[in-house]
Design a protein. Structure first.
Length: 55
């Protein structure tokens, strides 16, 4: 019998922001930063520039 349940299948969770704090890459400047919440894709620096707007 071929029991392959031992193999760890890599799940694609990168798209899903389940983890609250996760190191992400800023969409604007590309700098890696720790996103405080799921969905935050822009670093604080870029946010401060007011160049980032929701929508
Ligand atoms: Zn940035």
């Amino acid at each position: 019998m071929n029991d392959m349940s031992d193999i760890a299948v890599p799940t694609k969770d990168e798209e899903r922001d389940i983890v609250t704090q996760k190191t992400r890459k800023c969409l604007l400047c590309g700098t890696q930063f720790a996103s405080e919440w799921a969905g935050e894709r822009v670093c604080k620096k870029c946010k401060a520039t007011a160049a980032w707007r929701q929508g």
